[in-house]
Design a protein around this ligand. Structure first.
Ligand code: CMC
Length: 414
C-alpha cells in the first residue's frame, strides 16, 4: 500500500489466514493500525501537517478553534461555518447544576486527570441521546456531541481547578472567545473579572493548537480502539484522557517542570541530571526529551520554544526554569548519548514554562493538553465510526505463559 505522501506499507490483513503466522510488533511501532486522512507525520524529517496544512502555517495564521474545525471536518471553515461552530461551542459551554455535584464527590486532592476522565465520561450519562453506542445514531448527532466535547472539556478543566483550590465556580460567559473564556473561568474573582491580555490568549491559543492532533499517539489510538467497539464519543474520549495521563505521554509536561524545579532547588546547573539521565534508568529520563516517532526534531517544540521566549519577554517574566531548560537543551544536543539515540526536545519541553507564565498550576498541565487534544480525538472517533465495514480493533498476541496443566485442589497445593 502507498499513502498520499508516498509512505509504503505491507498489507498483511490475510497473513494469518493464508500462512498461519501473525506479525509480532510490540507496542505497534512498525504497524499502521488504520488508514487516516487527518494528520500526516514524518518523524525523520520533522514534518507535521493537519489535513495537509503545515503546523508552522497553522501556528502562524490560525487559532485553536479554527484548527479544531479543520481537524474535525477536514477543511478550514468559511466565515458562516466558523460563526455557526462558535455559536454551538458557546451554547454548550456550561455544566448543568446536577452535573456540578459530581465534582464535590471527589477528594480535594484527587489527581486532576482522574477527575477529568470520570466527569467527562459522565457526559454519556447526562446526554444519552448523543451517546447511544449505535454508530448511525451517534453520527446523526455528531455536530452537537463534538461541540459539547470541545466546549465542556474546557469548562470541566477550569471547574475542577476551582473546586480543588476551594474557590467558587466561575461560569462561562457567552461573549468571550474560547481561550479567554477558559482563563476567565480559571482566574476571575467575585468582584474582579480576569481579562486576558492579547499575548496571554495568543499563547494559550498556540499551545492548544499545537496539541490539536498528532496522528496515532497512545491516547488517540486508545480513542480509536474503544470507539471501534461502537462505544460513543464521550466514553471513547474519556478513555483517551486516561491514556494521556501517563508521564510518558501527556503527563510529561508537568514532569518537565517538576524536573526543572528539582534541578533549581538542588542548585545544580543540570549537568548532574544529564549524567543521571544517561544511566538508561527509566525513572531518571530527561523529561521532555525524545519521541516515539520524531527522530530529528519535533516541529511543535521549535514553535513553542520560540513562543516561550517571546511570551516571557512580553510579560516581563524572568523564569529561572527557562534558563535551566535552555542549558539542558544546549548541553544535551551536544552530548553523544542524546545525539546517537536521536533524542531532541519534544513539545512538552517548553510548554510547561508557557503554562507557568499564564498562571496555570503544574497539576493542571495535562488537563490543558487534554483540552487541546480533544479535536484530534473527535476526528479519529469520527473516522472509525464512519468507516464502512470497519472492524473492532482486536490485535493478536504471542502467548508465553504456562502450557496446559490440570487443576489442583487447594488441599493438595504446595
Ligand atoms: N532521557 C534519557 N534517555 C532516553 C530518553 C530520555 N528522555 N528517551 C529515550 N531514552 C533512551 C532510552 O533509554 C533508550 O536507550 P538505550 O537504547 O540505551 O536502551 C533509547 O533512548 C531509546 O528509547 P526508547 O524508550 O526505545 O524510545 P521510545 O521512542 O520508545 O520512547 C519516549 C519515546 C517519548 C517514551 C521516551 O523518549 C521518553 O520516555 N521521553 C521522556 C518522556 C517525554 O518527554 N514524553 C513526552 C512525549 S511527547 C508528547 C506526547 O506526544 O505525548
Amino acid at each position: 500500500m502507498v499513502g498520499t505522501e508516498g509512505e509504503k506499507a505491507v498489507d498483511i490483513r490475510r497473513l494469518r489466514v493464508d500462512t498461519g503466522y501473525v506479525a509480532y510488533d510490540q507496542g505497534y511501532g512498525d504497524t499502521a493500525s488504520c488508514e487516516s486522512a487527518i494528520t500526516y507525520l514524518d518523524g525523520d524529517n520533522g514534518i507535521l501537517r493537519c489535513r495537509g496544512y503545515p503546523i508552522e502555517q497553522l501556528a502562524q495564521h490560525s487559532n485553536f478553534i479554527e484548527t479544531a474545525y479543520l481537524v474535525i471536518y477536514g477543511e478550514l471553515p468559511n466565515a458562516a461555518r466558523r460563526k455557526d461552530f462558535g455559536m454551538l461551542l458557546r451554547q454548550n459551554a456550561a455544566i448543568e447544576t446536577q452535573m456540578q455535584r459530581i465534582f464535590e464527590g471527589f477528594p480535594k486532592d484527587a489527581p486532576p486527570m482522574a477527575m477529568l476522565s470520570s466527569i467527562f465520561a459522565s457526559l454519556a450519562a447526562y446526554y444519552p441521546h448523543l451517546a447511544t453506542n449505535d454508530f448511525a445514531k451517534d453520527l446523526a448527532s455528531f455536530d452537537m456531541a463534538a461541540a459539547m466535547a470541545i466546549s465542556k472539556v474546557r469548562t470541566i478543566g477550569a471547574m475542577l481547578y476551582r473546586y480543588q483550590s476551594g474557590l467558587p465556580y466561575v461560569f462561562p460567559k457567552q461573549d468571550l472567545p474560547f481561550c479567554e473564556n477558559f482563563l476567565h473561568m480559571m482566574f476571575s474573582e467575585p468582584y474582579k473579572e480576569y481579562v486576558a491580555v492579547p499575548e496571554v490568549s495568543r499563547a494559550l491559543n498556540l499551545l492548544l493548537l499545537l496539541h490539536a492532533d498528532h496522528e496515532q499517539n497512545c491516547s488517540t489510538s486508545t480513542v480509536r480502539m474503544v470507539g471501534s467497539s461502537a462505544a460513543n464519543l464521550f466514553t471513547s474520549i474519556s478513555a483517551g484522557i486516561c491514556a494521556l495521563s501517563g508521564p510518558l505521554h501527556g503527563g510529561a509536561n508537568s514532569a518537565v517542570v517538576q524536573m526543572l524545579q528539582a534541578i533549581h532547588d538542588d542548585g545544580d546547573d543540570g549537568s548532574r541530571f544529564i549524567q543521571a539521565a544517561k544511566s538508561g534508568n527509566k525513572s531518571n529520563r530527561l523529561m521532555g526529551f525524545g519521541h516515539a516517532v520524531y527522530k530529528n526534531f519535533d516541529p511543535r517544540a521549535k514553535i513553542i520554544g520560540k513562543a516561550c521566549d517571546d511570551l516571557l519577554k512580553k510579560l516581563g517574566v524572568n523564569d529561572p526554569l527557562l534558563d535551566i531548560a535552555k542549558r539542558l537543551d544546549e548541553t544535551a544536543l551536544k552530548d553523544d548519548y542524546f545525539i546517537s539515540r536521536k533524542l531532541y526536545p519534544n513539545v512538552d519541553f517548553y510548554s510547561g514554562i508557557i503554562m507557568r507564565a499564564l498562571g496555570i498550576p503544574v497539576s493542571l498541565f495535562t488537563v490543558v493538553f487534554a483540552i487541546g487534544r480533544t479535536p484530534g480525538w473527535i476526528a479519529n472517533w469520527h473516522e472509525v465510526a464512519s468507516t464502512p465495514k470497519g472492524r473492532i480493533y482486536r490485535p493478536r498476541q504471542i502467548y508465553i505463559g504456562p502450557k496446559r496443566r490440570e487443576y489442583v485442589q487447594m488441599a493438595e497445593r504446595p
